[in-house]
Design a protein around this ligand. Structure first.
Ligand SMILES: [Zn+2]
Length: 272
């Protein structure tokens, strides 16, 4: 066989050996405002992240009807603040879907009777789960630099502040090998470089609003110098007045970069 034909034969064999879904099906990422995403994996598993929907001013009206989400297989919550916990407990109960969050937050959900034990499994930073079996999606909890108190209203409407664990991000590796890092709420910290070097995320969902999280300049520094992902999706901005950062400022701060920025609107979808 001539060399060119041999190369073609080897390539064809490699393509044939790859799982069918890796070539045909992509992941769909739907942004619902603030840090809320619905991720549909290449094999059709539906993962909600920080689903604050019904009282989120940026969530399109259609998605405030929780039935519109369709089936839900798994829920991830990055920390105890209301704009991230949001509708997560209600959705976990509705779908019988496990809710993974910082261990201390899940302990509080259990102790307060917000969720039953089978829906609040415990894990912690650097821990990895394979919630759909050994060949499926792999999710690793990462560090985030933030806080995580959980405020709960009692029957009389009085606020009580409870332990919410430590804030985290989630590194989600899909069935096709694509790695998406939902960074959670976070300020700038040096170990973003460690995550970039060690886990090599392809896509980052990155907070840019400032005040409670990184501003556009911070986020651009982390992307350009430490994480170097192929794609960046800005989040956690514009929801309340202090979250002033904009995608335009983020793009400007990035300057010439190999990272593609997807400045989408709540309700928009991306495919990877
Ligand atoms: Zn927060």
């Amino acid at each position: 066989m001539p060399l060119a034909a041999k190369v073609v034969a080897v390539l064809l064999a490699a393509v044939a050996a790859a799982p069918a879904f890796a070539q045909e099906r992509k992941a769909e990422l739907l942004w619902l405002g603030q840090a809320a995403f619905r991720l549909t994996t290449p094999t059709g598993k539906v993962i909600l992240i920080d689903p604050w929907l019904t009282t989120n001013p940026k969530t399109p009206a259609k998605w405030k009807n929780l039935d519109e989400l369709g089936k839900v297989d798994l829920i991830l919550v990055t920390h105890g603040h209301g704009d991230h916990v949001g509708d997560a407990p209600a959705l976990a109960k509705k779908h019988g879907a496990k809710l993974w969050a910082p261990a201390g937050l899940n302990q509080t959900f259990l102790a307060l009777g917000i969720l039953p034990a089978d829906l609040v499994p415990r894990m912690n930073k650097s821990g990895t789960i394979r919630p759909f079996g050994e060949q499926g999606v792999k999710i690793t909890m990462t560090r985030a630099e933030h806080s995580s108190e959980f405020v709960w209203k009692d029957a009389a409407g009085k606020d009580h502040v409870h332990v919410g664990g430590e804030p985290v991000g989630f590194l989600i590796e899909l069935e096709n090998g694509l790695k998406i890092w939902h960074m959670g709420d976070t300020g700038l910290f040096g170990d973003m470089k460690l995550v970039g070097d060690y886990y090599k995320p392809d896509v980052v969902l990155i907070p840019i609003g400032g005040h409670f999280v990184m501003d556009p300049k911070d986020a651009a520094f982390a992307v350009n110098h430490w994480i170097k992902p192929k794609h960046a999706v800005p989040m956690h901005y514009g929801t309340i007045p202090v979250l002033k950062g904009t995608p335009e400022e983020f793009i400007q701060a990035l300057g010439g970069t190999a990272t593609k920025v997807h400045a989408i609107q709540p309700g928009d979808r991306l495919e990877f």
